[in-house]
Design a binder for this molecule. Structure first.
Ligand code: SF4
Length: 279
């Protein structure tokens, strides 16, 4: 049994919070580059250039790429042959978020739902835990902004609505969202499971590298078809018109109850932040 001190988890989460907020992934930059060659709106191209410039400054000067530094969503895959020592895992995760947001001068965005009083340290984080085989711990930190999260939805379709109903709902969701989620967006989709599982699938689908293909050929085809429909809506970068409304559609799917067809759409803005480490 491999021992890992939870202080190591805290330290890594601290660093991942800061890294995720200042360093936009190479995969995102590559897909923005490609979008620039396909965008026909001069203003759209200009905005895409600005996004790249913003990412460059954030990375070089180690400042947040967006003022909304988000809710810290933390995924932990815990190897079943790992023994965590030195304290509670949950507290270690929260402490890492506390330190990362403090030391990185990142905005604290969490508040009481009624009074709106800020919790002061960006905790509690949203923690998703999974026990997996092996003796490693994989940690992913994905700060999620409010603007794009607000445009996300879960629905329970009637099974008879089928794939056509799924396509309709996703495209309509993006259309109604307009400029609110700071397009170009990445559209995370969870199909199946149940009410809460579909939302988690949608969120997890966003962690797949941008520009990669869905390993399931049927879903891969569906992603391309939905992306095509979305990019014909004309919303464009920052909602000012153009072809580049979304950079990608990512789908994760699992079986569901015979009476249900759960569907979740988690919209992610261009500040597509997530960093991971394997301990
Ligand atoms: S939706 Fe994204 S880019 Fe827009 S303000 Fe929120 S975090 Fe920033």
């Amino acid at each position: 049994m491999r021992e890992i001190d939870v202080r190591v988890i805290t330290e890594n989460i601290r660093n991942l919070c800061m890294e995720a907020n200042t360093d936009l992934g190479e995969d995102v930059l590559r897909v923005i580059d490609r979008a620039m060659t396909e965008e026909r709106s001069p203003l759209g191209v200009e905005i895409l250039k600005e996004l790249k410039e913003n990412a460059r400054i954030a990375n070089e000067e180690k400042v947040a790429m967006c003022q909304d530094t988000g809710v810290a969503v933390v995924f932990v895959e815990l190897g079943q042959d790992v023994c965590l020592v030195g304290g509670s895992l949950k507290e270690a995760v929260f402490e890492g978020v506390r330190q990362g947001y403090r030391d990185g001068y990142l905005r604290k965005s969490l508040c009481h739902p009624f009074t709106r009083a800020n919790t002061g340290d960006n905790t509690p984080a949203i923690l998703h835990m999974e026990v997996v085989p092996g003796e490693h711990v994989k940690i992913t930190v994905a700060p999620k902004g409010g603007g794009s999260e607000n445009m996300s939805r879960v629905t329970m379709l009637a099974p008879a609505e089928g794939v056509e109903g799924i396509k309709r709902f996703i495209v309509q969701r993006v259309k109604e969202s307009g400029s609110n989620p700071c397009p170009p967006t990445i559209v995370g989709v969870g199909i199946g499971g149940n009410f809460e599982q579909s939302a988690l699938l949608a969120k997890k689908s966003l962690l797949r590298p941008l520009g990669s293909r869905n390993p399931d050929p049927e879903l891969d085809k569906l992603e391309s078809e939905i992306l095509g429909k979305i990019n014909r809506l004309g919303i464009g970068p920052q909602g000012l018109g153009g072809r580049t409304t979304s950079l990608a559609v990512h789908i994760l799917m699992m079986p569901c109850h015979i009476a249900s067809l759960p569907l979740a759409v988690n919209i992610q803005c261009h500040a597509h932040r997530h960093k991971e480490v394997i301990l």
